[in-house]
Ligand binder design. Structure first.
Ligand code: 0TT
Ligand code: SF4
Length: 353
C-alpha cells in the first residue's frame, strides 16, 4: 500500500487504480454502478459490499496514518442522497456533486479537514438525479446564467476513466442555454473529454504553480509538463480554458518562480486559447485544525503554517483562517497580475482570494 506508487503505468497514460472497492448495494441498480463493478472485476480488484460509507469498519491499516493512506486508495461507489447543492463562491453559483475525496496527496488540501478521518474516494452513480436537480437550479435563475463547479470536493478528471461522470455532465451542459460547467484539475487524463459536444459551455481549468510548490507539496498528481500538455489538448478541442494558481505560496525566490510559471504558460498555451483565457488566484490559507492534521499526516512537510506570520480572517461560520498579511497578499496579487497581463493581454483574472 505504498503512497509512492500512486498510479499504475498503462501503455501511455497513467491512471488511478484503487486497491480496494466498496459498493453500496443500491449503486448496482444504476448503469454506472454496474459498469464500475464489471471494471473492478476485470481489474481483479478486491470488492466489498457496505450498506453505507459511514459503516465501513473493516478498512485495513493499524494506525490513523495508515488508515488515511489506504482510504485515499479506496473507492466507494454509492448513490448521492442529498440533492441540495452547496454554493461555491467565488468560482460558481453551485457545487455539483459527482465525487468526494481524491487520491492525490497535496499537503495543503482542504479536503483533509473537510472529509474527516477516512477520506475515501467516493463516486455517485445516480448522475441523472444530479443533472435533473441542476436543471431545476438553472430554471430558477434563468435568464441569468448558472455556473456549476464540479471540483469542489474532488478532482473529477482523475476519476473519469472509472466513472465517465464528467463526460455526462459536459454533454448535458452542452444542451443548456443558461447553464455552465467548470472544473479544475491537476491530472492530465483528458483524452475521454476531447471529442464531446461541449458547445463551449464547459470551462476546463488546470491548477498550476511555481515549480517549488509543485515539487514540494503536490505528490501523486500529474507533473506541470503533463498538465500543460493536457491544457493544450482541451484548448485545441475548443473548450474555454483557464488556470487556477493555487495555493499561491510566499517562498524564497517566489517572484522568479511565479514569473517563470507565467512564461512557461505563454510558451505552451495555443494562441487561439488566449482570448478566452481566465485566471483565478488563491493565496494559501490554513485553519488551526488543518495545521494539526497536516502536521500529523505529512510530518516532514516544508509547508509554512506559522500563525505569527499570518493575518487571521474571521470565518462567517465556524473557524477562521490564516492568510498572508495585507502587505504580502498585495505584493503577490500585484506581481501576478502584472505578469499575467504582460503575457496575456486578452485574458481576464476572475478573482484573487
Ligand atoms: O483553500 C481552498 C480555498 O479555495 C477554499 O476557500 C475554496 C477556494 N476555491 C476552491 C476557490 O476559490 N475556487 C475554486 O475554484 C475551488 C477549487 C472550488 C471551491 C470550493 C469554490 O470555488 N468555492 C467553495 O466554496 N469551495 C468550497 O470550499 C468547497 C469546500 O466545501 C470548501 C472548503 O473551504
Ligand atoms: Fe486535494 Fe486537489 Fe490535491 Fe486532490 S489534487 S489532494 S483535491 S488539492
Amino acid at each position: 500500500m505504498a503512497m509512492e506508487t500512486p498510479v499504475r503505468a498503462g501503455a501511455k497514460l497513467k491512471v488511478f487504480i484503487p486497491e480496494l472497492v466498496y459498493f453500496e448495494p443500491d449503486s448496482l441498480e444504476y448503469p454506472m454502478g454496474a459498469r464500475i463493478y464489471k471494471w473492478a472485476q476485470e481489474n481483479d480488484l478486491p470488492i466489498r459490499m457496505t450498506t453505507s460509507h459511514n459503516r465501513i469498519t473493516d478498512l485495513p491499516g493499524e494506525t490513523d496514518l495508515e488508515k488515511y493512506k489506504i482510504a485515499k486508495r479506496t473507492l466507494v461507489v454509492g448513490v448521492r442522497k442529498t440533492l441540495e447543492f452547496d454554493t461555491s463562491k467565488p468560482s460558481a453559483e453551485y457545487a455539483i456533486p459527482v465525487a468526494t475525496g481524491c487520491m492525490a496527496h497535496c499537503h495543503y488540501c482542504y479536503l483533509q479537514t473537510t472529509l474527516g478521518a477516512k477520506p475515501y474516494v467516493r463516486v455517485y452513480v445516480n448522475i441523472d438525479d444530479i443533472t435533473n436537480r441542476a436543471l431545476k437550479y438553472i430554471e430558477e435563475r434563468k435568464p441569468e446564467i448558472t455556473r456549476f463547479e464540479a471540483a469542489c470536493t474532488s478532482d473529477p478528471v482523475g476519476l473519469e476513466h472509472i466513472t465517465g461522470s464528467l463526460s455526462h455532465l459536459i454533454e448535458f451542459m452542452g444542451k443548456q442555454e443558461y447553464g455552465r460547467l467548470r472544473f479544475v484539475t491537476k491530472f492530465n487524463n483528458v483524452e475521454p473529454l476531447l471529442a464531446l459536444e461541449h458547445n463551449k459551455r464547459t470551462r476546463i481549468r488546470f491548477s498550476v504553480n511555481a515549480d517549488y510548490v509543485i515539487r514540494n507539496f503536490e505528490p501523486a498528481t500529474s507533473s506541470f509538463t503533463e498538465r500543460i500538455e493536457a491544457a493544450g489538448k482541451v484548448a485545441r478541442a475548443g473548450y474555454p480554458l483557464g488556470f487556477i494558481i493555487a495555493p499561491i505560496i510566499w517562498h524564497e525566490g517566489w517572484e522568479e518562480g511565479y514569473a517563470e510559471l507565467i512564461r512557461s504558460l505563454k510558451r505552451e498555451v495555443p494562441p487561439e486559447a488566449e482570448t478566452e483565457l481566465t485566471f483565478e488566484l488563491i493565496q494559501h490559507r490554513f485553519t488551526k485544525t488543518a495545521k494539526r492534521v497536516i502536521q500529523a499526516r505529512y510530518p516532514k512537510t516544508k509547508l509554512e503554517m506559522d500563525e505569527v506570520k499570518r493575518k487571521y480572517k474571521w470565518g462567517r461560520w465556524g473557524q477562521g483562517k490564516y492568510v498572508y498579511p495585507d502587505e504580502q497578499a498585495n505584493a503577490l496579487r500585484e506581481f501576478l497580475t502584472e505578469q499575467i497581463f504582460a503575457n496575456f493581454p486578452k485574458a481576464s483574472i476572475d478573482y484573487f482570494t
